[in-house]
Write a protein that binds this ligand. Structure first.
Ligand SMILES: *[C@@H]1O[C@H](CO)[C@@H](O)[C@H](O)[C@H]1NC(C)=O
Ligand SMILES: *[C@@H]1O[C@H](CO)[C@@H](O)[C@H](O)[C@H]1NC(C)=O
Ligand SMILES: *[C@@H]1O[C@H](CO)[C@@H](O)[C@H](O)[C@H]1NC(C)=O
Ligand SMILES: *[C@@H]1O[C@H](CO)[C@@H](O)[C@H](O)[C@H]1NC(C)=O
Ligand SMILES: *[C@@H]1O[C@H](CO)[C@@H](O)[C@H](O)[C@H]1NC(C)=O
Ligand SMILES: *[C@@H]1O[C@H](CO)[C@@H](O)[C@H](O)[C@H]1NC(C)=O
Length: 399
């Protein structure tokens, strides 16, 4: 399945209300389902041998066909990434090899170097991007196994497996799959940590992490830019009850070598078992539904912030249209200000009544509006999704 060129399938059509990110994603997922059904079935290998390469457009397919590895472009982006997915879209991509070093164009190929056995991405735009960098020549092979783990094996000279050198499960991106660990290896200090995407259309490192603190190994913590936003209770606890009810079996392991959290699923779990930290700090399941902080909506990244303005009973709702004053206040202090940053800015500023992403297509850059500007419902070319302060019963403060 090729998961690029999704943009034309997405309804940029003005008559369709791009109400929420969840909804956009649902559409991305539906589009992909269609692509899947139309999908071709070439290249069914699950491994690369030394000297072999996977060109852009080819895929590795895990045994039983659950996971694929290949190049992809997120919607509304021009950058190419190598990833593992079970279906395309933000929630379906479970690992990205080059989240901070994307490739432009389709010249990329994933190669197991014949000289030293390391895994690298070759492309026409510059030096190869090393995924592994072991010293000394080795005989290796790399396999996408049935759990979605990309594993680099060292081989004996007769071709049999000598041992594991590296696995993608040790370098997670924003998704925890069954069998992965979240915690700390006490022997070498390696931390298994999830880090959010920057936006749903960019796998670059985002603001949120989910994992275990070195000094607080008996609980899980969500941090935003290093600042603690949410802490789980002690083990065992009921924080993940809604997952447990759906057949997720969580466990905590603690010994001299490692301390980690992991999970397995019962055979009868029909949804795809994932745990993802999203670009706005929620913990979601595979359907994009927030399993944590659900009482507070999608905003668990900010609820513990004492600096948040008290708005009484009013809350933010998603509307499609324009603000009467045109552009709002934009922020330039960093290149990667996202909707989530403006959400927090708005929550902290009592005169703020609305916030939105500046570019509706790729949800990058953002702005906020103060009291005095009105919301105008419209479906013109420059209309977009605006998060607007409203009062209960759907009555806007501004209308
Ligand atoms: C790699 O395998 C080849 C044969 O497949 C063998 O001749 C060579 O010695 C091996 N190299 C190492 C470092 O094991
Ligand atoms: C391959 O070589 C290793 C190490 O020399 C040995 O332990 C193993 O039994 C060999 N496997 C086969 C299939 O010959
Ligand atoms: C853990 O605690 C030690 C001693 O109190 C401190 O020096 C260190 O910075 C802490 N590490 C983290 C990650 O908080
Ligand atoms: C839950 O996980 C534990 C530890 O991995 C395992 O021993 C147990 O059998 C699992 N239970 C179920 C119902 O899958
Ligand atoms: C709140 O937002 C308004 C409009 O963007 C801005 O003028 C004002 O300085 C902000 N206040 C604070 C405390 O940041
Ligand atoms: C997002 O889209 C805008 C408008 O097309 C473009 O200027 C900007 O560079 C894009 N940003 C990213 C990160 O793709």
């Amino acid at each position: 399945m090729n998961i690029d060129n999704l943009a034309p399938i997405l309804p940029v059509n003005k008559s369709i209300l791009m109400a929420t990110k969840g909804r956009i994603d649902m559409l991305v997922r539906l589009s992909c389902l269609l692509l899947l059904l139309m999908g071709n079935s070439y290249s069914q290998r699950d491994k690369l041998l030394q000297g072999e390469e996977l060109k852009d457009g080819d895929e590795l397919l895990s045994t039983f066909g659950k996971f694929k590895l290949g190049f992809f472009t997120p919607s509304y982006s021009s950058k190419r990434y190598i990833g593992v997915w079970y279906q395309s879209g933000y929630y379906g991509v479970v690992w990205v090899a080059n989240r901070n070093s994307p490739i432009i164009g389709k010249s990329g190929s994933l190669k197991l170097e014949s000289t030293d056995g390391n895994l690298k991405i070759f492309h026409s735009g510059g030096n190869p991007i090393a995924i592994t960098s072991f010293e000394g020549a080795r005989n290796t092979s790399v396999t996408l196994d049935q759990s979605g783990n990309l594993v680099l094996h060292e081989l004996h000279s007769n071709g049999s497996i000598k041992g594991m050198l590296w696995q993608s499960f040790d370098y997670p991106t924003h998704t925890l799959l069954p069998g992965m660990k979240l915690g700390i290896n006490l022997l070498n200090g390696h931390q298994w940590l999830l880090r959010s995407w920057l936006t749903i259309f960019s796998p670059a490192e985002g603001s949120y992490t989910f994992g275990m603190d070195q000094n607080l190994t008996d609980r899980l913590i969500i941090k935003r830019l290093g600042e603690v936003r949410w802490t789980s209770g002690l083990w065992p606890n009921g924080e993940f009850k809604s997952w447990v009810d759906r057949g997720y079996n969580f466990s905590y392991t603690s010994n001299e070598q490692e301390k980690y959290f992991s999970y397995s699923v019962k055979d009868d779990v029909t949804s795809f078992p994932t745990l993802q930290i999203t670009d706005d700090g929620s913990l979601n399941d595979d359907g994009g539904f927030s399993m944590l902080c659900s009482k507070e909506g999608r905003h668990c990244g900010s609820i513990t912030d004492s600096a948040i303005c008290n708005r009484g009973s009013s809350y933010f709702d998603v509307k499609f249209g324009l603000m009467s004053s045109g552009d709002g206040t934009k922020f330039m202090e960093s290149d990667d200000m996202t909707l989530d940053d403006c959400r927090l800015k708005c929550f902290k500023n009592c005169s703020c009544v609305a916030y939105a992403a500046t570019y509706r297509e790729n949800i990058t850059e953002c702005e906020i509006w103060s009291r005095g500007t009105k919301f105008i419902k419209s479906h013109t070319d420059d209309s977009r999704t605006i998060h607007l302060e409203v009062q209960p019963k759907g009555k806007s403060l501004l209308q």
